[in-house]
Design a protein around this ligand. Structure first.
Ligand code: ADP
Ligand code: MG
Length: 347
C-alpha cells in the first residue's frame, strides 16, 4: 500500500517514492533514523526502520522537518513500550515474568485489542506470540514446524485467559502476548496526537502496512499488487483524512509444495489461514482499529470479514486469489481498478 498527496502531481509523488525507497534501503542496514532532506513544495520527510519495518513521515506546514523527525521519535517511543523483542518493554517484561504491571498506554492498547478479539469471536487473538515465534515465517527458511507443536501452542493460546487486575496483567503458561497486528496502527494513533500539537497542514505517515493521512482534502491510496507488492498497485482508493491498514499473504511468507505459508494465523488450527483472500485493507478513524481489523477480517474470510468491518463502521477492500475486488458500499464510487487482470466482484 502507498499513499500520495493528491495535489502533489505525479512527478512529485514519483520522486518522493524513489527517494523514500532509496533511503529505506540505507535505513534497513543502519537500523536508524535517516533524514532525507527537503522535498519540493515545502514538503519535508524523514524515514527510519522501527517496529521491524520501514517508517516514513512526509509533512507540510510550519517546522515540517522537525515535525517529520518528531513523528519518527513517537514510533520509537512506542516501540520501547510495547515491542516483544525489547526485554525492558511492558510486553517484554510481561512475557518473561508472566505477571507484570503495565503502563497506562500499554494497558489501553491491550484493552482496545481485547475488544477486537471478542468482537471477532476469537479470529483475532493477541495471545498467539508463541505460535508466531514457532512459525517464524521467513522466505529464506521455508521450514514447516511439527504439527503436534502447532496444535499444542494453538490450544494453549486464548485471549480470554489473560487476567487484568488494576493494571496488573497475568498470562497463563506458554502464552506470549503479541501486539504484532496492532502495534503499527497504535503508532499511527500516537503520531496523530503528536501532529495535533504541531502546525502541520498535511501529512502522510506510513508505519509498515499502516498509514496515517492527516489534513484537509482528498488523499489517494494504492492497494499493493498481491503478486508484485510494494509500490506496484492494482487499485486506487480516494479518501479523506484517517487511517488505512493492509494485511496480505504477500508480505511475509514462504511457498512449499504449492502452498503459501504466510504470517496471518488461524487461532483455531495454528496454521496460516487459507480462505481465498490475498489482501484486506481497512479504513478507520482509529489507527489501532484499522490495523487490528485488517488482520481480523482476513482471518474471518470474505463474508464475515466484510460484516465485521461494517459493524465497526469502517470501509474495507478485500481481494481474493481469483482476482476479484470486494469493497464496502461507501467505497464503490471511490475505488478504481488500475490493473486490468483484476475486476470488481459481481454484487
Ligand atoms: P504486518 O505485521 O505485516 O503489518 P498484520 O498487521 O496483518 O501484518 O499483522 C500480522 C501479525 O499479527 C503477525 O506477524 C503476528 O504477529 C500477528 N498475528 C498473526 N495472526 C494473528 C491473529 N489471528 N490474531 C492476532 N494477531 C495475529
Ligand atoms: Mg494488522
Amino acid at each position: 500500500m502507498f499513499a500520495q498527496f493528491d495535489e502533489g502531481g505525479d512527478n512529485l509523488s514519483e520522486a518522493v517514492k524513489k527517494i523514500v525507497i532509496a533511503a529505506c534501503a540505507v535505513a534497513v542496514c543502519a537500523a536508524a533514523i535517516v533524514i532525507i532532506g527537503t522535498l519540493p513544495d515545502g514538503e519535508h520527510s524523514a524515514t527510519g526502520f522501527m517496529m521491524d519495518t520501514a517508517v516514513t513521515a512526509r509533512v507540510t506546514g510550519k517546522n515540517a522537518q522537525q515535525t517529520a523527525e518528531g513523528a519518527l521519535e513517537a514510533v520509537s517511543d512506542l516501540e520501547r513500550l510495547i515491542s516483544r523483542t525489547v526485554d525492558s518493554s511492558d510486553v517484554g517484561r510481561l512475557n518473561s515474568k508472566r505477571t507484570a504491571e503495565l503502563s497506562p498506554p500499554t494497558l489501553e492498547i491491550l484493552e482496545q485489542s481485547l475488544e477486537v478479539c471478542r468482537r471477532s469471536g476469537g479470529a483475532f487473538d493477541i495471545t498467539l506470540g508463541s505460535l508466531s515465534g514457532l512459525w517464524d515465517v521467513n522466505a529464506d527458511n521455508p521450514v514447516l514446524p511439527a504439527s503436534a507443536e502447532v496444535a499444542r501452542l494453538a490450544n494453549a493460546a486464548g485471549y480470554e485467559k489473560i487476567a487484568i487486575n488494576e493494571g496488573v496483567v497475568s498470562l497463563p503458561q506458554t502464552v506470549l502476548l503479541d501486539f504484532g497486528a496492532v502495534g503499527k496502527g497504535a503508532a499511527c494513533d500516537k503520531i496523530k496526537a503528536y501532529l495535533q500539537t504541531t502546525q502541520t497542514s498535511r501529512a502522510v505517515i506510513s508505519v509498515g502496512g499502516s498509514i496515517l493521512l492527516y489534513g484537509k482534502g482528498d488523499f489517494t491510496v494504492g492497494i499493493s499488487s498481491p503478486e508484485r507488492g510494494g509500490a506496484d498497485y492494482i487499485a486506487t482508493v480516494k479518501m479523506s483524512e484517517g487511517f488505512v491498514s493492509t494485511s496480505g499473504t504477500y508480505e511475509r511468507y514462504f511457498d512449499l509444495d504449492g502452498v503459501r505459508y504466510h504470517h496471518i494465523l488461524s487461532p483455531e488450527t495454528g496454521y496460516p489461514i487459507q480462505n481465498g483472500l490475498v489482501s484486506v485493507t481497512v479504513i478507520a478513524d482509529n489507527g489501532l482499529i484499522s490495523d487490528a481489523l485488517s488482520t481480523a477480517c482476513f482471518v474471518l474470510g470474505l463474508e464475515d470479514g466484510m460484516r465485521l468491518a461494517e459493524e465497526y463502521g469502517c470501509e474495507a477492500v478485500l481481494v481474493t486469489a481469483d482476482k476479484s475486488v470486494y469493497v464496502t458500499d461507501a467505497l464503490r464510487g471511490k475505488t478504481e481498478i488500475v490493473d486490468g487482470s483484476y475486476s470488481f466482484a459481481k454484487a
